[in-house]
Ligand binder design. Structure first.
Ligand code: ZN
Length: 296
């Protein structure tokens, strides 16, 4: 590409140095513009940078944001072997003149993402600080898995998912983020009964895990503690997503999502992890961008 020349679309993707996908997601357009001179929109023509930010602001104002994270607080469910969560008001106004808490917790606390280094010894270079900052940005599709089973230890099969997709009239596509709603948030507790959530969940059979890998999704999330792994009374079955199909293929895993029940089937998902050196995962603050006003 000659120096000073670049090719832009307004909200699409650059395919090569002459072609991009416009924000409708399908129309290919040819663009040649001077670097930093502006951005081309297939419906509005050239926009300068200020116009583009104004357009994005206007667009975002027409959507709502749904918080998909649990509050990080003492007493929330955690994987039993993981470190105890401690949030301590160490510095106080009364004693110190200002306020600051101390946090002690594992990387997989509350709503969080797992990266390959978490489970795959040969991928210790795939840690949370190395993934591109926009990895967890993308179109998302919600699967109401609770319609198939709400039993701890259940292994949902590919056939059951294909049949659910027929009812949905849609299916996960390349680059999508899959959000699995098991209706498991109803078991979330912050009292001494937190362990049921942590030691039980429905999950996926091997062929269902493989199905999402075949579809080329970039992440799979759930409202349960271990996403793909069926668990009953603390006994875990095979972790096909964690060990075989997803993490080894850089398909990230998101766990303990909240508020999935209020989402429409399609939304835009955004989440940012903390940039933890050599991190095996990180708490995230995920949001869904949705049209209209969902009632929480
Ligand atoms: Zn995790």
């Amino acid at each position: 590409m000659p120096k000073g020349i670049a090719f832009f679309t307004t909200c699409g993707k650059i395919i090569d140095n002459k072609t991009g996908i416009c924000h409708s997601g399908v129309k290919l357009i040819r663009l040649i513009r001077k670097f930093n001179a502006g951005f081309f929109c297939h419906t509005k023509g050239m926009l300068n940078l200020t116009d583009k930010i104004a357009e994005l602001t206007q667009l975002l104002c027409s959507f709502d944001f749904v918080d998909l994270s649990h509050t990080i607080e003492n007493g929330i469910p955690k994987c039993p072997p993981h470190p105890q969560i401690i949030i301590d008001p160490t510095i106080t106004h009364t004693r110190d003149g200002y306020y600051c808490q101390t946090l002690i917790m594992g990387e997989h606390t509350a709503t969080h993402v797992d990266v390959p280094a978490h489970m795959i010894p040969s991928m210790m270079d795939s840690t949370i600080d190395t993934i591109p900052v926009d990895t967890l940005f993308g179109p998302a599709i919600k699967y109401e898995m609770w319609k198939i089973s709400q039993e701890a230890g259940a292994q949902i099969t590919e056939e059951q998912i294909l049949s659910l997709e027929e009812q949905m009239g849609d299916r996960a596509r390349q680059g999508d983020i899959v959000l699995m709603d098991f209706n498991w948030e109803r078991h979330w507790r912050t009292d001494r009964n937190w362990k049921y959530f942590a030691m039980n969940e429905p999950g996926l059979a091997e062929d269902a895990v493989a199905l999402f890998k075949k579809r080329g999704v970039k992440a799979v999330g759930s409202d349960t503690i271990a996403c793909d792994i069926p668990i009953k009374d603390g006994i875990e079955l095979e972790a096909f997503g964690h060990r075989t199909y997803w993490l080894p293929n850089n398909i990230l895993i998101i766990e303990m999502l909240k508020n999935l029940s209020v989402l429409p089937m399609r939304c835009y998902f955004m989440a940012l992890p903390l940039k933890l050196k050599h991190g095996s995962g990180s708490p995230i603050r995920p949001i869904a961008i949705v049209p209209g006003k969902p009632s929480l």
